[in-house]
Design a protein around this ligand. Structure first.
Ligand code: HEC
Length: 70
């Protein structure tokens, strides 16, 4: 899901720039689960809202936190 909906813009790997220069590397942002949920549900400048919906929001948020928290 990350690959399909998010990876076109965001990097999730430390030191690797995002494909879309406006999109932060989430390994550097290290967002909380709630921050990811809000970004996906509400969108952000340059990031469409509702890229994934329903249970997928929690799933992708959990994935991002798991990948970036350490
Ligand atoms: C079309 C490109 C694009 C896609 C696709 C995209 N994003 Fe973003 N995202 C952005 C941009 C640009 C920003 C920075 C917006 C800003 O300046 O506030 C951002 C910001 C964020 C932030 C940080 C929000 C904050 O509170 O600072 C998170 C978390 C995030 N995106 C998660 C995701 C997730 C998860 C997905 C996949 C479901 C995704 N993004 C898909 C472009 C994208």
């Amino acid at each position: 899901m990350w690959e399909q909906s998010c990876a076109a813009c965001h990097s999730l790997a430390p030191g690797k720039p995002s494909p879309n220069p406006d999109a932060p590397n989430l390994a550097e942002v290290r967002p909380t689960r709630e921050q990811v949920r809000r970004a996906v549900i509400d969108g952000r400048p340059g990031m469409p809202k509702g890229l994934v919906g329903g249970d997928d929001v929690d799933e992708v948020a959990g994935y991002v936190v798991q990948k970036t928290a350490s």
